[in-house]
Design a protein. Structure first.
Length: 254
């Protein structure tokens, strides 16, 4: 049965989408079957997988708002053997459109439950906000993977996120656990990176991945070619780091 992992941080630009695409690609390399569910209206995971987000017929919007079966919406990434539920700007008004829908926190969960058997891992790429989309993702998931950039406000953001997760556990998904915390765009030369890691270790030592993702140009270039860094430059540092993360991820899940 597939494990559903929400990749969440209410801050934008911290490496959620990069992590979803490259961890997925690294797991596919190890012969796991992986689905990416893009629930960010920006659709970066969709375009990062080489899918033209404004030319797809239906998207996660149709799944959430029009009750379209999620299976019929799945596309294939252009380069990798990854299935993708695409997203685009249509999704932006979902909060308002679902306001009178009963049990609206559970829509994604209900849909994904029918797909679990087809995959080893399902990653949900969340928007940079705590809204009904993120709540749907957290309600549908077994665990939460948090990418964190090592900057001063990251800690404040983390404690807010932990509070949100606590609320979801209380209200819609008691079994939700933390999958792991991943430091992204890490710079070992700066004191700030070091301090942030140390501080987070004080509270979450056991779930921080040993692998840290450093800044790399290749990682930021790959999405414009619609592929993971692993396909784009198989020998780059970013590729190596995400492969290493995949190994840790697999180990934790055995
Ligand atoms: P989020 O999904 O959290 O908004 P992204 O994964 O889209 O964040 O990353 C934000 C930007 O930073 C993107 O332009 C991405 O290509 C770039 N980026 C992400 N991780 C790295 C990295 N390790 N090194 C360099 N650039 C990165
Ligand atoms: Mg993103």
């Amino acid at each position: 049965m597939g494990k559903i992992v929400a990749v969440v941080n209410q801050k934008g630009g911290v490496g959620k989408t990069t992590t979803v695409i490259n961890l997925a690609a690294a797991l596919v390399e190890q012969n796991y079957k992986v689905l990416i569910v893009d629930i960010d209206p920006q659709g970066n995971a969709t375009s990062g997988c080489g899918i033209l987000k404004n030319q797809v017929q239906s998207t996660i919007y149709d799944v959430l708002v029009n009750n379209e079966p999620i299976k019929t919406v799945i596309k294939q990434a252009q380069q990798e053997n990854i299935d993708v539920v695409p997203s685009n700007m249509n999704l932006a008004g979902t909060e308002v459109e679902l306001v009178n829908t009963k049990q609206r926190e559970f829509i994604l969960k209900t849909q994904l439950d029918s797909l679990k058997k087809d995959y080893d891992y399902i990653f949900i790429d969340c928007p940079p906000a705590v809204n009904i989309l993120t709540i749907n993702a957290l309600t549908a998931s077994s665990s939460v993977l948090i990418p964190m950039q090592c900057e001063y406000y990251a800690l404040e953001g983390l404690s807010q996120l932990v509070q949100t997760i606590g609320l979801v556990k209380k209200n819609t998904n008691p079994k939700l656990v933390l999958e792991g915390i991943l430091f992204t765009m890490y710079d070992s030369r700066t004191n700030l990176s070091f301090q942030v890691v140390k501080e987070v270790q004080n509270h979450f030592r056991s779930i921080i991945y040993n692998t840290k993702i450093t800044r790399s140009v290749r990682l930021s270039e790959a999405p414009s070619f619609g592929m993971s860094c692993i396909s784009y430059d198989a020998k780059s540092k970013g590729t190596e780091q995400y492969r290493q993360l995949a190994m840790e991820f697999i180990e934790r899940n055995q």
